[in-house]
Design a protein around this ligand. Structure first.
Ligand SMILES: Cc1cc2nc3c(=O)[nH]c(=O)nc-3n(C[C@H](O)[C@H](O)[C@H](O)COP(=O)(O)OP(=O)(O)OC[C@H]3O[C@@H](n4cnc5c(N)ncnc54)[C@H](O)[C@@H]3O)c2cc1C
Length: 379
């Protein structure tokens, strides 16, 4: 049995820590308060090969694997969840569907630029009328007599959909054959990106609604198999859930480290607050969750890298880690007292950034539905 990362992965973690300490942590609060997605950091992450970690060399990736991607996301999320989700979604939602389901032409056209971080792709599954029940998509694609498709509908809360380097969105739409995925290049007439949402967290992550009005695309825009679009997108989300759990792992560590530091230096009743069990035990519980979540994340990533089934482990990792992140953030704010309620305090940002982890890429309830089904229970 082996619990250690490989020497290459250990070295990679050190590189990530240096990058985060010098280029992300010092600016995270500023980007958050200004709601700015730092595109120069996206570019830098591209140069570091972070967008290509799980893709083969022929597309400009390194084939390092999903566990290595999790290390990158974990390290970034210790300091900045917005940058971490930009990477996570860029790889897991933008590039992965193209890699797994794209035609040779689609892969050759898009993957090298996605792997280098030159461009981002968006993933449009959720609609204004429903995200959990995404199979009942209202967006429609009609095949016209000239062989083109006309797509009309709307997608809601789409990550990385409005940046100046986003070049396409993959969307699910109803067709006569069932739900089908299409890759729609930006600039296609009828495709509109709505203004950015004002969110309670992930301020420096880019999120917009996307409207499709009689968007015309050729047959070659179909991503994967006609009628299998929903199943394809669900498979995409299985990987994404491990990445979200890695993000939660970083956030919990951020909460723990900030809390321990504060508990040692903040005084009350003649000594540091960390000597009171009401404070110290909260820190201890965060440390337990770091260890539990680490095991869940890297077990699921390892299964995925081994080519073994990982749906159940991804759902468990996502469910447990997101709820643990919320717990850790709530306790971290409590330990900081009034200072924890001030926007400029890192734990206040962690608190705002934690909630989405229980919602995005399948809510906690949806993870429980997935797990109940794995147990053979109809849910
Ligand atoms: C910041 C952000 C970024 C996002 N990025 C993307 C993206 O890039 N691409 C994308 O496609 N989507 C994205 N989403 C959408 C996200 O995946 C959905 O919000 C999420 O899946 C929930 O869907 P919904 O909001 O429609 O809630 P609903 O599905 O309406 O659910 C509302 C409530 O009902 C509960 N519920 C629903 N069905 C059941 C059930 N069967 N049993 C028990 N409870 C149930 C849910 O758990 C939830 O608590 C993003 C969302 C946010 C906030």
């Amino acid at each position: 049995m082996e619990f250690d990362l490989s020497p290459e992965q250990e070295d990679f973690r050190k590189v990530m820590q240096e990058f985060v300490d010098s280029e992300i942590r010092p600016y995270a609060a500023k980007w958050d308060s200004e709601s700015v997605l730092p595109l120069h950091i996206v570019k830098k992450m591209g140069h570091m090969g972070l967008f290509g970690l799980i893709f083969p060399e022929r597309y400009g990736g390194s084939g390092a694997g999903f566990a290595t991607l999790c290390i990158a996301i974990e390290e970034i999320a210790k300091a900045d969840s917005s940058v971490a989700i930009t990477l996570s979604a860029g790889v897991g939602l933008g590039a992965s569907p193209v890699f797994h389901f794209g035609s040779t032409e689609q892969k050759d056209t898009w993957l090298p630029r996605l792997c280098s971080g030159e461009i981002l792709g968006a993933f449009g599954l959720t609609e204004p009328d429903g995200g959990s029940d995404a199979g009942s998509t209202m967006t429609k694609a009609i095949r016209l007599s000239d062989g083109e498709w006309s797509i009309s509908g709307a997608k809601a809360y789409i990550t990385n959909s409005g940046t100046e380097i986003t070049k396409f969105i993959t969307v699910t739409a109803n067709t006569d054959e069932g739900v089908t995925a299409f890759l729609v290049p930006y600039g296609t007439p009828g495709l509109t990106i709505e203004p950015a949402y004002r969110k309670i967290g992930w301020h420096a992550s880019d999120t917009h609604g996307v409207v499709l009005e009689d968007v015309r695309v050729p047959d070659s825009a179909i991503l994967g198999t006609k009628g299998k679009g929903f199943a394809q997108f669900l498979a995409t989300l299985d990987e994404g859930r491990i990445a979200i759990a890695a993000l939660a792992l970083g956030l919990i560590q951020g909460c723990r480290d900030e809390s321990v530091g504060y508990a040692k230096t903040r005084n009350a009743f003649g000594g540091p607050i960390g000597r009171y069990q009401g404070v110290a035990f909260k820190c201890a519980d965060m440390d337990v969750d770091v260890e539990v979540v680490r095991g869940l994340v890297y077990k699921a990533a390892w299964l995925r890298d081994m080519g073994r089934p990982f749906k159940r482990e991804a759902a468990i990792a996502k469910l447990y880690s997101s709820e643990a992140a919320m717990r850790a953030a709530k306790n971290a704010v409590q330990i900081f007292g009034g200072a924890g309620y001030m926007d400029e305090t890192p734990v206040a940002r962690y608190f705002r950034d934690a909630k989405i982890l229980e919602i995005g890429e399948g809510t906690s309830e949806v993870q429980r539905v997935v797990l109940a089904r794995q147990l053979g229970l109809k849910s």
